[in-house]
Design a protein around this ligand. Structure first.
Ligand SMILES: [Zn+2]
Length: 212
């Protein structure tokens, strides 16, 4: 018996493989149990935007556990679904997360999109540039704002990191977000990347909120 084999029951006892949604035991640390998995909805891939799942109730629970509940161990699970929907990329790509303002980063302790970008980059064959974009203004939640107000709030809020501009110029960029709602934030990010000379920008997110 190897040490790993000897320790396996102990590891399972400390951290049993459980479905993050319902808590049911699952065979391995691979993701969700089959009944929870079957509740997820898989949207059509739109031009330029790839979403792993639609933002329905189970998807929202996953995101909230990941984002607010500090369940950073969910990052590989969510990212695996994103990478599977993304498929292989042609050519060289950089993976850049939607940036979080440093105050929010400080409050939460991590940028959820950066964790996803780190996990998606590998299977997608992209190189992670975690600080490709920076948030210069701490913007309020965009949830209740109309499209014009959203664009106004975001004006000048997101920019390419000056120390990354040389790397971004001419590059294909995979922009990584956790939840895509109106698309205002990803549009601001795309504009900043294009302004820095990015050749192509493709958006990949975990969950896509239905267009309103
Ligand atoms: Zn489950």
């Amino acid at each position: 018996m190897t040490v790993a084999q000897a320790l396996a029951p102990l590891v399972d006892l400390i951290w049993p493989p459980r479905c993050p949604l319902c808590g049911e035991g699952i065979g391995a640390q691979t993701g969700l149990c089959t009944p929870c998995w079957s509740k997820l909805e898989f949207p059509e891939v739109e031009d330029g935007v790839v979403a792993a799942v639609a933002y329905n109730d189970p998807a929202r629970e996953l995101v909230l556990a990941f984002k607010r509940g500090g369940r950073i161990s969910l990052a590989p699970v969510l990212a695996r679904m994103m990478a599977a929907r993304l498929g292989p990329l042609d050519g060289d790509w950089l993976a850049v997360p939607v940036p979080l303002h440093r105050w929010r980063l400080w409050q939460r302790g991590y940028n959820q999109s950066a964790l996803l970008a780190r996990e998606v980059a590998g299977p997608a064959g992209a190189r992670l540039v975690v600080d490709g974009l920076v948030r210069r203004k701490n913007t309020p939640s965009l949830g209740r704002l109309g499209s014009v107000a959203r664009a106004h709030v975001l004006e000048g809020a997101i920019a390419a990191n000056p120390s990354r501009v040389a790397q971004l110029a001419g590059a294909n960029v995979l922009l990584v977000d956790d939840v895509l709602t109106s698309g205002a934030t990803t549009r601001a990010c795309s504009a900043a990347l294009k302004a820095a000379g990015a050749a192509r920008v493709k958006v990949v997110c975990f969950a896509r909120v239905g267009l309103d």
